[in-house]
Design a binder for this molecule. Structure first.
Ligand SMILES: Cc1ncc(COP(=O)(O)O)c(C=O)c1O
Ligand SMILES: [Zn+2]
Length: 379
């Protein structure tokens, strides 16, 4: 399909089938594509993200790389005494919302005829990309920092991906993957713009589940910011198609242990600050250098949203609040509802508003850790 890409930093146009994964200026790409919503056709299809296929930048004749994803439930939860809606995005085939990005990116890779790919992540993105690569018959190599826990690696390895352990931490791992990407396709969950094109289906599902309307506020966790950008792009697509009247406020939640986006937002910075990363239970959002920070800053500003930080003390309590309502989340996934608690206590949420929080990762992925945390929570 002919969708082009554009550099988000210098604005240069690039062909959509380019194998280079970033612009000559170093900026990440975005896909230039007009989403269509043929409602009559769409409504006849099964619930799930491929019902929006005309709103996704892959050819109409390409068979989706799918594991039968369903529309994720929107459940009522009580937080700080208030009823809010929680989108249970951990209920995807690999146990996290990253399947949204993986199913669309791998379908695009099928369309391009990719046979071998590399990705760097030790967590949920790697698991999702590995599962969908297996489904597509694409060979996949996952680069992880040396010392990554076996609990994380077993899921990735089970799907058949090769694992390359890189000494020297996350940045060194990213650089090793980029070098490998000189020769093989870079299926990066943060550089490849087709990944976030998949994440935007979060917004489409919400719009339908709320009765063809946008919520007032959406609260999401943010490291590289795929959900911030997916929400922004998805709701913008709906706005441009005349299907909603205004964008919801997007609230990004970070950990106090690693909060570059908070610094950028609260200090209105025009550069990525140097961050000293502390250990945190919310390890999935512990990202010092989110490459799409400019887009994230713009999305938060355009939607009159904000960035909230939560400390590690708040994670155990929120994991327990969720579990006592039947929702077993990963520690990282407790950050967004913990951030929502701040907003409620501060009066940012007003009575009658429609507020949605995403629960991104399944607690069973970190079962031992979660049960230990919940049982030993203070108070
Ligand atoms: C459970 C969970 N939630 C949220 C995130 C944050 O995603 P992003 O880095 O795109 O902001 C991650 C990333 O790995 C995750 O694993
Ligand atoms: Zn550029």
């Amino acid at each position: 399909m002919a969708a082009e890409m554009m550099c988000t930093v210098c604005g240069a146009a690039h062909p959509g089938d380019l194998r280079e994964w970033c612009c000559a200026c170093g900026g990440p790409f975005e896909v230039c594509f007009e989403a269509k919503f043929p409602l009559h056709e769409m409504r006849k299809r099964p619930p799930g993200l491929w019902r929006y296929r005309e709103a996704l930048p892959v050819g109409a004749d390409i068979l989706p790389v799918s594991i039968g994803e369903a529309m994720t439930p929107l459940a009522q939860l009580k937080i700080e005494g208030i009823q809010i809606a929680a989108k249970l995005d951990f209920l995807f085939p690999t146990g996290s919302y990253k399947d949204r990005g993986a199913t669309v990116m791998l379908t695009r890779m099928r369309e391009l005829g990719v046979q071998e790919a590399v990705e760097d992540s030790s967590g949920n993105a790697a698991a999702a990309i590995s599962a969908y690569a297996a489904r597509a018959g694409i060979r996949c190599h996952i680069y992880v920092p040396q010392g990554t826990s076996p609990a994380k690696l077993y899921q990735i390895a089970s799907y058949g991906s090769g694992i390359v352990q890189v000494p020297g931490g996350r940045q060194a791992t990213a650089e090793a993957a980029m070098t490998a990407a000189d020769k093989i396709y870079y299926a990066s969950h943060y550089w490849n713009p087709f990944f976030n094109q998949g994440i935007k289906t979060f917004a489409f599902e919400l719009w339908e589940q709320l009765g063809d309307r946008a919520p007032d506020v959406v609260v999401v966790p943010a490291g590289h910011g795929s959900l911030v950008l997916g929400c922004y792009r998805g709701f913008s697509d709906l706005l441009n198609a005349g299907l909603i009247r205004q964008l919801p406020c997007i609230v990004a939640v970070q950990s106090t242990a690693c909060a570059p986006l908070y610094r950028i937002w609260s200090e209105n910075l025009d550069h990525l600050p140097d961050i000293v990363q502390e250990p945190t239970l919310a390890e999935g959002i512990s990202i010092t250098r989110p490459v799409r920070w400019r887009q994230i800053k713009e999305a938060i500003a355009q939607t009159k949203g904000r960035v909230v930080i939560v400390s590690d003390d708040e994670i155990p309590a929120m994991l327990a609040v969720l579990a006592r309502q039947g929702v077993l989340a990963e520690p990282t996934s407790a950050a967004a509802p913990a951030g929502l608690s701040h907003l409620i206590r501060e009066g940012y949420i007003r009575a009658g508003q429609i507020v949605v929080v995403s629960i991104t990762g399944h607690g069973l992925k970190a079962a031992e850790k979660v049960s230990h945390i919940i049982q030993n929570k203070p108070g």
